[in-house]
Design a protein around this ligand. Sequence first.
Ligand code: PMP
Length: 406
Amino acid sequence: MGFNYDEFFSSVSKIMKKSVIRELLKLTEKPEIISFAGGLPAPETFPVNDLIPIINKLIEREGAKILQYGATEGYGELRKLLTERISKQMKMPLTVNNLLVVSASQQALDIVGKIFIDPGDKIITERPSYLGGLSAFNSYKANIIGVTLEDDGICIKELEETLDTLYNKRAERIKFFYTIPDFQNPAGVTTSLEKRKKIVELANKYDFLIIEDLPYRELRYEGVTLPTLYELDGGKRVISLYTFSKIFCPGLRLGWIVAPEEVINKVIIAKQAMDLCTPPFNQAIAAAYIKEGLLEERIRKNIEIYSKKRKFMLEILDKYLGGIEEVKWTKPEGGLFLWMTLPDYIDCDELFYKAIENNVAYVIGSAFYPEYPEKNHFRMNFSYPSFDQIEEGVKRLSKVIKDSIK
Ligand code: PMP
């Protein structure tokens, strides 16, 4: 007799959707396919040789300590180093009680969902937004409202109208606004200073929280660094999520949350039920790496590598698709992605299969919409492919696009 798990699975597990991206990525695995689909850092940025002596030394000298369970808040030394680093960057006097180490920002997103979202609670995100964030909030049964993302951040007019309708006409509220202000995933756009200030002003006016997700913040290739929302708000109603994944290496699964102490205390309790602590071994490696001054050097090198790839991809896109009026793409000042827009009669979900037939892949844009997906976009990653792959891949893609333009 077969066994039916359906009566055992929770209602939340039933609303969880299989990631479309994961399913489509399986199709991109053939070696002949040039993929712009993943969001992976370039493997040449991983400091393998620097880490061998660091890890050997750690194991010899502190093996018993770092193989033990650790504090939920984080490995003391790393927590201190990160607090100093962020305090300096933000020019704000943070204490270690404002910072907690997590198992990278995906865990932070889950924790945010866990501590703030009751089933049916409304939240606002940019549309499009990071798929992993949407999935995390969906799993706590959030009611996600998407507001259009423009070239300089969220559309403030639409945000104000949405808030006005909710608060003044329907007597409802939102719990938080989730944003990726620097080099957004998937669109690659950066929220302007003016919009950042306006968002903080609206959060105060309408009394909601802001979750700012900052995985790409330190990967800026041109322009000036803008203040975080945390700084603009003075550390009251903003929670900032950071990660080592794109500036060091994702395999260590390390990130950190910066927030008012009251929030950090809740995060500790939530995290205890998830994994007790982030691996002390990994945290000790990161602490030693920072102490030797290698992180700043690593970030400089990553910027050098990625800014060249970004520049090259923009040049190649211009070469093969420039001059076609209906085809547009964002010009990110940092990060790992750019966002393509095709004429609205082209369905990029369908075009994906044609791209695969031509041995090139992207991520369908529709996957990044909390609701009412737009189908004429896709995301391109420029950090992982080599220069040759960028040229050949864009050439293949341009053929597929040109063939579908009426
Ligand atoms: N937030 C955003 C916006 C991301 O793009 C990613 C990774 N692609 C994450 C969070 C999760 O990254 P990690 O868990 O590796 O820190």
